[in-house]
Design a protein around this ligand. Structure first.
Ligand SMILES: C[S@@+](CC[C@H](N)C(=O)[O-])C[C@H]1O[C@@H](n2cnc3c(N)ncnc32)[C@H](O)[C@@H]1O
Length: 232
């Protein structure tokens, strides 16, 4: 079975960008999803940043819509952008050009917590914050949990990690789980149909984050849950 990274590559190749279903991609200014990206930054990430917050990581940056919203040239924020899909990394570069972005930017391909640690080894202990939006749905939980440990190793004390996950207790995802498993029983390749199908229990995250030594600052429980944790 192909990996989630390969699945994203083929989706990106097929549609130009994985958001093609909801976005015309002709111009980010008219792009509903770009606006969503900006809203994600303004509403759910920015309010939770630690002080100071000069150096960050966008884990699973996709085409960069949140990253570009987060780091206008005058922000002074340095952001390492990483993604497992080569196609999405290329799209990130294309979007930077398309927007006439004055900063020389690119996204780096990494697929595992170990690669993330290696990529940012020289910055270990210096990073103020990391965020990860709409990514943990696509990766096996052992990798997601591994990423939280890798991020912890890279953050400074008091640094924060902000991420979301899909709540298995919510009816949307219980129903999706039923459909996905039914398609597996029929012999379909579910990761090809939909690379997003990893749902989590809130108490599972509470347990894991506590075990890993994070301080839980915020854990909003609903459909897509936002979690903010701090490195002690
Ligand atoms: C739904 S997109 C979200 C992109 C971006 N965070 C946003 O909200 O616009 C999910 C992204 O996660 C990336 N991804 C999937 N598996 C990953 C992994 N193991 N490590 C890093 N990124 C991954 C995909 O390539 C894709 O770009």
């Amino acid at each position: 079975m192909e990996s989630a990274g390969q699945a994203w590559d083929s989706i990106a190749q097929q549609f130009g960008t994985h958001y093609a279903a909801v976005s015309s991609r002709k111009d980010w200014q008219d792009d509903e999803y770009y606006e969503t990206g900006r809203r994600e930054w303004e509403n759910s990430i920015k309010p939770w940043l630690p002080e100071p917050a000069w150096l960050g990581i966008d884990l699973g940056c996709g085409d960069g819509r949140i990253a570009f919203a987060a780091t206008p040239p005058d922000s002074g924020i340095g952001l390492y952008c990483v993604d497992s899909s080569e196609e999405m990394c290329l799209e990130f570069g294309r979007q930077a050009e398309l927007r006439g972005d004055p900063l020389p930017r690119r996204a780096t391909r990494i697929s595992t917590p170990e690669e993330l640690i290696q990529h940012l080894a020289t910055q270990a202990g210096n990073i103020d914050f990391a965020y990860c939006k709409s990514v943990f749905i696509h990766i096996p939980r052992r990798i997601a949990f591994g990423y939280t440990q890798a991020i912890q190793a890279l953050l400074r004390p008091g640094g924060r990690f902000i991420f979301d996950y899909c709540n298995l207790r919510h009816k949307t995802y219980v129903n999706s789980l039923k459909q996905t498993t039914a398609s597996i029983v029929k012999g379909d390749n579910p990761i090809r149909l939909n690379p997003g199908m990893e749902y989590y229990l809130p108490e599972e995250w509470d347990f894991v984050l506590n075990e890993f030594g994070w301080k839980i600052i915020h854990h909003a429980v609903g459909e897509r849950n936002l979690v903010v944790v701090e490195k002690p």
